[in-house]
Design a protein around this ligand. Structure first.
Ligand SMILES: NC(=O)c1ccc[n+]([C@@H]2O[C@H](COP(=O)([O-])OP(=O)(O)OC[C@H]3O[C@@H](n4cnc5c(N)ncnc54)[C@H](O)[C@@H]3O)[C@@H](O)[C@H]2O)c1
Length: 260
């Protein structure tokens, strides 16, 4: 039995990486999927892949920085698929830097995509869920919203905010049967991460350092993160709301001891 039968899911940032993995898996589990991304060709490629496997999907090209594009994307999903009952706010950008190094322009952009984009997507989708008296919204946070990671001030701020938003929304919308959760992954072996590792002076050493930092001795896979989203989107998680699922191989609970 498919675990997402009857689900109509919008996934943002679904042209690449973790969002793409989620779109493919959700469709395999029976969901009709809205593939939202600013990369129009990437959206089309994911939809094609889903349709080739016999699934149902629609492209939702949109830049989350623009409220009018968010509104148009949600409307397109409603017209083509029906009222959404799952929303995954996965899209994000990462602009590195400490507070004093971050320009006002970069700060505004990262807030507009990561925080305001998720907020406005939720605002547009929630009324459909309230009408259906059911829904699951999942915000993609990060362990940088839980523990300090050097040189990621603005990004970390937005990720911490998404976990807070999940809690606030969980309380507001529980009376309507809408569950809202966050997921906070550690380092995941995504194309974005691989590209960054390759750009370092000694990629093999950088990768090894990452892996050694994790108590499980490795970084996570896209599939391991998608598994948690799949659970939260499904009715298996019917009593789970306001949670922040940490998917990080134990790194945030590890207190390294000095070696003798
Ligand atoms: N990869 C990791 O190690 C890791 C760890 C923790 C959390 N995360 C989070 O997981 C999510 C996905 O990460 P990923 O590694 O797959 O990254 P990615 O860059 O491969 O994917 C992000 C997607 O979001 C899209 N996007 C960016 N700005 C957008 C905008 N303005 N409007 C619409 N779409 C936009 C991009 O086009 C891209 O397809 C992000 O929220 C990221 O912060 C990733």
């Amino acid at each position: 039995m498919a675990r997402l039968q009857g689900k109509r899911a919008i996934i943002t940032g679904a042209a690449n990486g973790i969002g793409r993995g989620m779109a493919l898996r959700f469709a395999r589990e029976g969901a009709a999927v809205g593939v939202l991304d600013l990369k129009e060709e990437g959206c089309a490629a994911v939809v094609e892949e889903i349709e080739r496997e016999g699934g149902k999907a629609v492209t939702l090209p949109a830049d989350l920085q623009y409220p009018a594009q968010i509104e148009a994307a949600v409307q397109r999903f409603v017209d083509k698929i029906g009222p959404p009952n799952v929303l995954v706010n996965n899209a994000a950008i990462m602009i590195p830097g400490m507070v004093h190094e971050t320009s006002v322009e970069d700060l505004d952009r990262i807030i507009a995509v990561n925080m305001r984009g998720a907020f406005l997507m939720s605002a547009r989708v929630v009324p459909y869920m309230m009408e259906q008296r059911q829904g699951s919204i999942i915000h993609m946070a990060s362990i940088t919203g839980i523990a300090g990671a050097p040189g990621t001030a603005a990004y970390s701020m937005t990720k911490g905010a998404l976990a807070a938003l999940a809690r606030a929304m969980a309380v507001d919308y529980a009376p309507y049967g809408i569950r809202v959760n966050a997921v906070s992954p550690g380092t995941i072996d995504s194309p974005m991460l691989r590209a960054w590792v390759e750009s370092q002076s000694d990629p093999a050493a950088t990768r090894r350092e990452f892996e050694e930092a994790y108590p499980l001795g490795r970084i996570g896979t896209i599939e391991e993160v998608v598994n948690v989203f799949l659970f939260l989107a499904s009715d298996e998680a019917s009593f789970v709301t306001g949670a922040n699922y940490v998917v990080d191989g134990g790194i945030t609970v590890n207190i390294p001891q000095p070696q003798d």
